[in-house]
Design a protein around this ligand. Sequence first.
Ligand SMILES: Cc1cc2nc3c(=O)[nH]c(=O)nc-3n(C[C@H](O)[C@H](O)[C@H](O)COP(=O)(O)O)c2cc1C
Length: 420
Amino acid sequence: MIGPKSRRTRIVLGVTGSIASYKAVDLARYFMKRGCDVRVVMTESATKFVTPLTFQSLTHSPVTLSFWNETAAGNIGHIELADWAEALVIAPASADCIAKLTIGAAESALLAVALATRAPLIIAPAMNTNMLSHPQTQDNIAALRGRGHTIAEPETGELACGWVGTGRLASRREIYLQTMRAIGPRDLLGKRIVISAGPTREMIDPVRYISNRSSGKMGLALATEAHRRGASVTLVHGPIVGIASLSRDIRRMAVTSAAEMSDAMKGCVAGGRGETEADVAIMAAAVADYRPATIDANKIKKGPSVPTLPLVENEDILKSLGQVGVANRKTMLVGFAVETGTHEQLVAEAKVKLGRKGADIIVGNRAEDAFDKGTNQVWIVSADEEPLHIETSAKRVIARAILDKIVMRLRQLTSCELTH
Ligand SMILES: Cc1cc2nc3c(=O)[nH]c(=O)nc-3n(C[C@H](O)[C@H](O)[C@H](O)COP(=O)(O)O)c2cc1C
């Protein structure tokens, strides 16, 4: 018996015979550290690369190897395992396993679980470049994707077989993020969301600039959460760290100055070249309000007198986006307001900004709560509604609350369109 369903996310990890099988050990730990219960199913080939004992010791659960030798207590029937799973992650997935998945073969416990489960299937191929690019393998992968399964795309780089090319197992972070998206609420599926993050830098001369303390963590959290909920996400970001933590699905555009951020945001929101206009734009970046009137071509030398730095005002990107096609704008606009005063002043300022900038939602936060921190507290302000206060929480939790609000408003808009 497996025992009662726990509140931890239940992951069945299928391991096949690949030189990358050893990476599945680390992957199992990665899932477990992030609140998942992991049960492992191995093919016979996989056991030639890693011992079941390794997985059993790490996951504190028996490893399923075959349905023929399932004996008594402690061992898990493959149907029971298929029902238990919230997600079946096959990593690494061999070319052989991928081929058998496409034809519905059930000759091993892993293949039988894959056939029997109704949980989302996440497949992370790992193989030699030529095996991967073989038309048959490509057809198989396309067929699995066409059935709605998730493919955690293999990476390009040095392969164990000595080749350099595509075929390396996706990173554990990518497989984890793809799994969370596959089992996520999908309430933003089909929506295009453009998010800005981080500070801008306004150059003074080739070595100096004006900037601010924004870390970009709020924008990164929003991008990760929007991706988890099914959205197609573009992140326009200033100079920040942490971009590597994002799923490779998320399109990134690195910019430096406010002017570059403005161009990138306007272009991404408008869409074009096969992309529709964005459904939602979230300006989470801390865009510099001013920039030096001129950028010195050479480093400004120290002289007898202190230089003065004339400034000019930067464009208000949120306001500009709010002025585009006001009457028939499709994009929902979400801005951030940062203040140093009381929360009452912050909410009042956020309400003013709603109208002045043509935004749908303004998220108010205080500089002392937000800058360069993993946590924040916010007041979500929208027209005709009471401000919603989210107490100090991880930025991941704040991102969830903001996207809950956005989903609610998108639904309201859709039902309005349907009734008119
Ligand atoms: C040393 C060695 C490394 C292998 N590495 C891979 C690999 O990375 N990817 C792959 O698809 N097959 C690889 N194979 C071939 C598979 O192990 C073989 O196709 C096997 O039948 C897969 O069985 P399974 O899908 O039931 O695990 C390798 C074989 C050997 C001997």
